[in-house]
Each structure stands twice: as structure tokens, then as C-alpha cells.
Design a protein around this ligand. Structure first.
Ligand code: HEM
Length: 585
């Protein structure tokens, strides 16, 4: 390319900058010099298509050269080699500019397209291109923010967009119940997280759909029941864990931290169901290395509070460029470690024989699988992962909350003790499932704990499998629902005084435990928790026996723990301490 100045003469346009190559020329102002000549009856016009590509390309790029670089074009020819780096820089800038323009165009197009589908969408915070409503979304405890800030401003259904994913946060009790029972709201979202956690397929029970999900759920329900749910066998396993926990409390007490007390024994019960054997006896220092490894993995997995909402879940490509910053490593590395742990157990069982366990029964299904079967090793790994993630922290946190409310409400604790004293033969009596019906106040206390500070305040996300019409809004297919179970259990119209901790609300006029259909810590409808029976049995045996053996008080001089929970995969109490005093001392 050669640039030189062309002098304009009388009656011609003033001096113009032109580019000459091979005799063709182009003015910066857009008209080919040859075309101008032709208009004046001189040379034949030269069609643009005849301009060779090496000439055409710079012509197209030229307008994109940033303005400050334009004076470069006035520099005398002999100096040009010296300016080559600057020229290259200019070309690079032009390319970057093109890319930026293209990117902005794509983002705006996507934004426009998305907004077209959200015409009758519920109101909510502003939605921007690229980030949607993310700047207005709290990172954690969305249910509290929704009830304190959004409910009065936008109503019981709040429309948001995270990145490009439409999300409706449902805070109204009736609307939550309607969605939970709606035929077209029973699938799970299809985002990055749901594939990445399960071998790039949607496997397991928690986040799968359709006939595959039905098969996995049915299998899990059957096996949880057959593996001893409600029968003496499982009760014996849980009671072993209860005894081990009590021994640890006596050894490490009297001051204890409930947040650290229940994870190991609860996971141990789950591991027994999964593998047919407990992984350790006791908690804390007495763990064997394998058990410690499992607990460490679970701890890392549960500590990550951003699941489904992290930058890598919204912009998946970040996993390649910023795995730390985008929380990819925090979320997925523990999950992959867990895959490996479960895979090792499956191999061990294959080698040494499988017994009456979830893995054993599942392996039998795999062995008799026909082509197209829903049962394979990866499905087994993810199903076990689901049982662990769904059942471990939730049950342990429920128990920590139980102790927290006992130290906060000593009068309730005294009533629980009085009831236990009337039913049991003394603090050394092991409370079993056969005592449950005779302990209605204890049962009501557990129900009230689960109502007041439910560990899954928002149900795991549901998705609209079709366009759904509700309250005059149209929620497009593919929208993610975040359903406030907390809202149902704090609805003023239904409960009267939802903020009060009052177990008596679950006691009828005859002094018996009274169920309430709006007590839904385990959800309702087709996606209802598969582990409710197991969780309630475990929680009852732990809580009843610990209450029978100990009196719980706050350490002298310490404040009552705050009711606002700590976020995690599920929520739990903020760290707090109790003094556990044996009742027979
Ligand atoms: C206090 C303890 C527990 C609570 C509060 C709880 C709560 C819940 C909730 C709210 C759901 C979602 C319902 C929905 O999507 O609408 C759920 C689903 C589920 N829970 Fe639990 N859960 C507990 C314990 C357990 C245990 C011990 C297990 C298994 C060992 C378990 C396994 C599952 C599974 C597999 C699902 C997915 C069901 C599906 O999508 O079909 N949960 N749970």
C-alpha cells in the first residue's frame, strides 16, 4: 500500500487523502477516484469487485483505525519502515474493535430476543443485557431478601434474569403450593451445573427428568424402604451412632459446638445404607483416614455457598480461563473427588462381593440391564452423590437447629424433659421408635424447629417444561422457579404468629401431635423428598436420646445464637456453643 497526498485543482474537490495501489484508488470519503474520473468523462469506471482482495481488505479496515492514528497516514514514505510496528498495532486495534462491535451486537441481540419472550413476565428488579438482574440479587439467603425487600415491592412472584436464564422467585404461599403441584413445573433446570456435576449428562435422582428420573426415583424409594427404613435394622445402626455421639459428648464436653457434632454420625448412617457398612465409629479425633477423607470432601462440597449461582454456572467458558475466580474449582473439585470415592467403593464391592446395600442392589440392576436401560455405573455414582448431598447436611443441620432452639427457649426444653421423664424410665433409657407416638410434645418441637428455620428455605430449583400461566403472568418454558418453602411456613394468614417459636401449634385438643398440611420442609408433589422417612427417623432418635441424657444451656456470659441462619448447600445455624450437662449427674 502506498499513501500520498493528491492536490486538488480549480473546480475539483480540495486536497484528499487517497490510497494508490496497482493504479486503482479510493478516497477516504468513500468515492472511488476512478469513478469520479469516469463521471468527468475520463477513464472507464472500474467496478469495486475488480479491486484485488489484498487491497480491499485494508480498505474495509481503514475506517476502523482509531482516529488518533490517522496522522500516521501523512508521514512521508521513506519513514514508513520505521513505523511498521505502529501500523501493525493499528491493524490489531482495528481487529479488536471489530470483535468488540460484533460482541456488543450479539449481546444486544440476545437481550432483545430474551425480552421479547418476557412480555407478560412477573415484575422484578431491572434486567440488563449480559448480566440480567444479577447486580440486584443477593448472593445467599435469597428467601430472606425476597420476603423483606421484594414481596412488598413486586408481589408474590418476582421476575429476574441471571445472565440469560429467566428465574422467578415465588414468595407467596399459595403460589408456591400451586407451582409445587403444577404438572408443567416438575422438571429441573438444564444449566451448566446440572450437567457438569454428572459426567456431562443429567444423571441421578435430584437433577434428572422424564422416564429416566422416574426409574431412578422409584428405585431409590424402594431401596430406602427395603434397606430397613422403619425397621429394627436401620434403627440399630442409627442407635449405634447415637451412642457414639453421646460418648463423644461425654468425653469432649461439657462445652460443645453443635455445628460440628452431627455431620459424621449422620453421614455414617447414610454410608451404611449406601455400602452396607459404617465407615467409622465415633466422631472427631477417632475417625479412620478413609472416613476422614469422605468427611473432608463433603465438608468442602457443602462449604461452597454459590452452587448454581456462581460466575462459572452462568458463563461456563470461565471454567477454562478463570477456574478459581469463577468458583469452578470450589464447586466442582469436591464433587469430582466424591465421584472417585464412590467409584472406589463400587470397585471394592465388585471385587469382594456386594451385600444388602444401595450399591449392591443397584449393581444387580446394572448386571441385568438390557440395551437402553437407565442403570449404569455413572448413574449409580450420581445417585449415591445425591443421597449424600441431599441427606447429610440437611439432617445434621436440623439437629443443630434443634439444640439451638433448646438453649434459646429453656421453657420448651423443660417441657420436652418433663414428657421424656413421664415416658422413659430415666436418662439411661434408650429412646426408640416405639416410644415416638408417646412423645407428642417432642415431635411438635421438632416440627416447630423445621418450620421456623427450615434447612431448605428455597426448594431446589424447578423448571417450567411448557409456558405456564399463573396470576395473569406468562412464565416462558425453561424458566427456573425458586420456591420459598420458608414463605409457606411463615405465612401470617395461615399460622397467625409465624415469628413465634411455639411447638403447641402442633398439639391438638387431646394433647396429640397434629400434622399441618402447610408444614412442608420436605417439599410436596412429585418432587417430594425421597429421604423424609429416613431423615425423620434419624432426627427423632438423635434428638430424643440427646434430650433424655442431657440438659442444654448457653455457656455463661454468652449471647443466644442469632436466628438468621448461615448459608450453605442447605442453611444451618451460625456457629454457637452449648453446655451439655448429663441429666443423671
Ligand atoms: C431434614 C432433612 C431433609 C430435608 C429438610 C429435605 C428436604 C428436601 C426438599 C425440600 C426437597 C426438594 C423438593 C422439591 O424439589 O420440590 C428434597 C428432595 C430430595 N431429597 Fe431431601 N431432605 C432431607 C433429607 C433427605 C435425606 C436423608 C435424603 C436421602 C438419603 C434425601 C434425598 C432427597 C432426594 C434424592 C431428593 C430429590 C427428589 C427428586 O427430585 O425427585 N433428603 N429434600
Amino acid at each position: 500500500m502506498i499513501f500520498r497526498r493528491q492536490q486538488g485543482g480549480a473546480g475539483r474537490s480540495p486536497t484528499r487523502l487517497v490510497m494508490l495501489t496497482d493504479g486503482s484508488a479510493w478516497s477516504i470519503h468513500g468515492a472511488p477516484a476512478s469513478a469520479r474520473g469516469a463521471a468527468a468523462g475520463q477513464d472507464e469506471p472500474k467496478p469495486l469487485s475488480l479491486i484485488p482482495l489484498p487491497v480491499l481488505l485494508p480498505l474495509v479496515l481503514l475506517p476502523l483505525i482509531p482516529l488518533p492514528l490517522f496522522p500516521l497516514l501523512l508521514i512521508p514514505l521513506p519513514l514508513f519502515p520505521l513505523l511498521l510496528p505502529l501500523l501493525l498495532y493499528a491493524v490489531r486495534m482495528a481487529a479488536v474493535l471489530w470483535l468488540a462491535v460484533l460482541l456488543v451486537a450479539v449481546i444486544l441481540l440476545r437481550y432483545w430476543w430474551r425480552e421479547r419472550t418476557l412480555k407478560k413476565y412477573p415484575p422484578g428488579p431491572p434486567r440488563w443485557p449480559l448480566v440480567g438482574s444479577l447486580p440486584y440479587m443477593p448472593g445467599t439467603l435469597i428467601h430472606l431478601h425476597a420476603h423483606q425487600q421484594w414481596l412488598s415491592k413486586y408481589g408474590s412472584m418476582v421476575g429476574l434474569v441471571a445472565g440469560n436464564i429467566p428465574i422467578v422467585v415465588v414468595c407467596g404461599a399459595e403460589e408456591v403450593i400451586a407451582v409445587l403441584n403444577h404438572e408443567q413445573c416438575q422438571t429441573r433446570p438444564k444449566g451448566f451445573f446440572f450437567h457438569e456435576r454428572s459426567f456431562n449428562r443429567r444423571l441421578g435422582i435430584f437433577f434428572s427428568d422424564g422416564p429416566y428420573w422416574t426409574a431412578q426415583r422409584r428405585f431409590a424409594l424402594r431401596e430406602l424402604r427395603d434397606l430397613g427404613l422403619g425397621k429394627t435394622k436401620l434403627e440399630g445402626v442409627v442407635m449405634d451412632e447415637v451412642e457414639a455421639t453421646i460418648a463423644t459428648m461425654l468425653r469432649d464436653g461439657p462445652e460443645l459446638q453443635p455445628n460440628k457434632l452431627f455431620h459424621a454420625p449422620v453421614l455414617n448412617t447414610l454410608w451404611w445404607i449406601v455400602s452396607g457398612k459404617p465407615f467409622s465409629r465415633g466422631v472427631g479425633s477417632s475417625l479412620d483416614p478413609q472416613s476422614k477423607r469422605l468427611l473432608d470432601i463433603m465438608d468442602r462440597a457443602m462449604r461452597c455457598k454459590k452452587i448454581g449461582n456462581a460466575p462459572c454456572d452462568i458463563w461456563p467458558l470461565l471454567k477454562y480461563v478463570a477456574p478459581e475466580w469463577s468458583s469452578y474449582n470450589d464447586i466442582y473439585l469436591p464433587i469430582f473427588d466424591m465421584h472417585e470415592y464412590i467409584r472406589e467403593e463400587i470397585r471394592h464391592q465388585r471385587k469382594h462381593g456386594t451385600g444388602a446395600s444401595f450399591i449392591g442392589k443397584y449393581t444387580e440392576e446394572i448386571n441385568k440391564a438390557q440395551p437402553g436401560s437407565y442403570f449404569d455405573e455413572e448413574s449409580l455414582i450420581v445417585s449415591v452423590l445425591d443421597l449424600f448431598t441431599a441427606g447429610g447436611e440437611s439432617t445434621a443441620n436440623t439437629l443443630s437447629f434443634c439444640l439451638m432452639y433448646m438453649v434459646k427457649y429453656p421453657a420448651v426444653q423443660a417441657k420436652v424433659h418433663a414428657e421424656l421423664d413421664a415416658v422413659c424410665t430415666g436418662p439411661d433409657h434408650a429412646v426408640t421408635m416405639s416410644d415416638r407416638a408417646r412423645l407428642p410434645y417432642l415431635e411438635a418441637t421438632m416440627a416447630e424447629v423445621m418450620r421456623t428455620n427450615t434447612i431448605a428455605p428455597l426448594a431446589p430449583p424447578h423448571e417450567a417444561s411448557e409456558d405456564v400461566e399463573m396470576n395473569g403472568y406468562i412464565i416462558p418454558k425453561g424458566t427456573m422457579f425458586l420456591l420459598s418453602l420458608w414463605g409457606v411456613m411463615h405465612d401470617k394468614k395461615h399460622w397467625g404468629d409465624p415469628e413465634a417459636f411455639r411447638p403447641e401449634r402442633f398439639i391438638d385438643s387431646e394433647g396429640k401431635f397434629k400434622k399441618d398440611p402447610w408444614l412442608i420442609p420436605f417439599g410436596m408433589g412429585k418432587r417430594h423428598c425421597v429421604g423424609e422417612g429416613l431423615a425423620m427417623q434419624t432426627a427423632f432418635l438423635f434428638f430424643a436420646n440427646l434430650m433424655n441424657r442431657f440438659k442444654f444451656t448457653l455457656p455463661p456470659g454468652s449471647q443466644a445464637p442469632p436466628e438468621v441462619p448461615q448459608a450453605g448447600f442447605t442453611v444451618g445455624p451460625q456457629p454457637f456453643s452449648v453446655i451439655a450437662t448429663p441429666r443423671n449427674s
